[in-house]
Design a binder for this molecule. Structure first.
Ligand SMILES: [Zn+2]
Ligand SMILES: [Zn+2]
Length: 284
């Protein structure tokens, strides 16, 4: 079977492999296509796509945007076939990233007010890339001897119940879907199984997103069990959404997750392209 992976992260966000290296790993894993879907950034795409050409694997340009909806937790929306050279798109992304950096400053101020010797510059240095995320901050807190491990860093300080936690300024999920659409890319709801919604609520949510331009649903994902995968595949067919899938490979930050696992059939990429171009023809 022709196998693909439509969900991976590089050092441009919170993965441990460079965008140049991922296509080589994907080729080694026997995949015919791989997508790079870093959190809120397309900074890795140029390097990723040229490495894909070099190893002769189909590279899909993507992004994963964080959003919020009426239930707790983040809702992630994948965007496929984004154009990393689109200036308008980059400008809007920059705006989202600025909202994130204000939040980071506020978290640092909270930690300082608890008597912890820490600065935003140290956090940025620890991150080393464009995305400065909480896992990097947790690592810094461990290095400084403030916490023993990630669990303590998140539980006590920077997780949603932590004393230094500051919520993110985020788009709503409908806004994220429209944002991706606006720049002629295909929005796909990421790992819906993690939302822990009952079937009725999930169906209504998907219908609402489809009305706003959603093209597909990530049915296969490393955090979905078989029951969830089957349920999502059924829902996708019933609602006329393209099923997609990917590992959500991060490298060392998520050592359990391997590139290309669970297996995703290559025809899903063709299906997404078709359903997306069909929507474009209908004037979405
Ligand atoms: Zn995600
Ligand atoms: Zn992801």
């Amino acid at each position: 079977m022709d196998r693909i992976d439509l969900h991976t992260h590089s050092t441009a966000s919170d993965g441990s492999n460079t965008p140049e290296k991922l296509p080589f790993l994907a080729k080694d894993a026997g995949l015919s296509a791989v997508a790079l879907t870093d959190h809120d950034t397309v900074a890795g795409l140029d390097a990723f796509l040229s490495a894909c050409q070099k190893v002769e694997i189909e590279g899909v340009s993507g992004i994963e945007i964080s959003s919020r909806w009426h239930f707790p937790g983040e809702v992630h929306v994948l965007g496929y076939f984004v154009n990393p050279a689109d200036r308008g798109f980059l400008k809007r992304l920059e705006f989202l990233q600025n909202a994130r950096s204000d939040r980071n400053g506020e978290m640092i101020r909270k930690l300082q007010s608890l008597g912890i010797d820490i600065t935003l510059a140290e956090w940025q240095r620890e991150a080393g890339g464009e995305i400065v995320g909480r896992p990097h901050l947790a690592r810094l807190l461990i290095e400084k001897g403030v916490c023993r491990d990630m669990g303590e860093a998140f539980g006590k300080y920077i997780g949603t119940d932590g004393v230094a936690f500051v919520p993110k300024e985020k788009l709503t999920t409908v806004e994220a879907v429209r944002f991706i659409r606006e720049f002629s890319a295909a929005p796909v709801l990421a790992h819906p199984g993690l939302l822990k919604l009952d079937t009725g609520t999930l169906r209504d949510f998907l219908v609402e997103l489809k009305d706003n331009g959603l093209a597909g649903v990530e049915c296969i994902h490393s955090d979905h069990n078989e029951k969830m995968t089957v349920k999502l595949l059924e829902l996708a067919v019933r609602l006329g959404l393209a099923p997609t899938g990917g590992s959500d490979f991060h490298g060392t930050p998520k050592p359990r997750v391997r590139l290309g696992i669970p297996e995703v059939p290559g025809r899903y990429l063709e299906g997404l392209k078709q359903s997306f171009s069909g929507q474009l023809e209908r004037g979405f």
